[in-house]
Design a protein around this ligand. Structure first.
Ligand SMILES: Nc1ncnc2c1ncn2[C@@H]1O[C@H](COP(=O)(O)OP(=O)(O)OP(=O)(O)O)[C@@H](O)[C@H]1O
Ligand SMILES: [Mg+2]
Length: 82
């Protein structure tokens, strides 16, 4: 967790499959999923990150993501302090 005068940022890091650079701007889009075939097996809708971003923005915050394909991802959840 990182704290400045006006905001707190929490990082959520995984060592999973990672996200291709070209896909990074898309992951927060509603119903977007990287691999449609695998999507059917794992059963998600592609809504989780869109909902999380919407909640963060409703608090005047923001979620950003860094990732390297095959290595993992880091989500930064920044929320303003009251
Ligand atoms: N930590 C991650 N590592 C790799 N890819 C990810 C990660 N998080 C999200 N993605 C990619 O972004 C897509 C959208 O993620 P999101 O959480 O919005 O939907 P979902 O997990 O597919 O379905 P839902 O959250 O609705 O169950 C995922 O399908 C996947 O392709
Ligand atoms: Mg999800």
């Amino acid at each position: 967790m990182q704290r400045t005068n006006d905001a707190v940022t929490v990082k959520i890091i995984d060592t999973g499959m990672g996200i291709a650079r070209a896909h990074l701007p898309l992951v927060f889009d509603r119903f977007w999923r990287a691999d449609v075939n695998r999507a059917n097996e794992s059963g998600g809708l592609g809504l989780g990150l869109a909902i999380a971003q919407s909640i963060a923005r409703s608090h005047r915050g923001e979620i950003k993501v860094d990732s390297q394909l095959h290595l993992g991802s880091c989500f930064h959840v920044k929320l303003p302090l009251a």
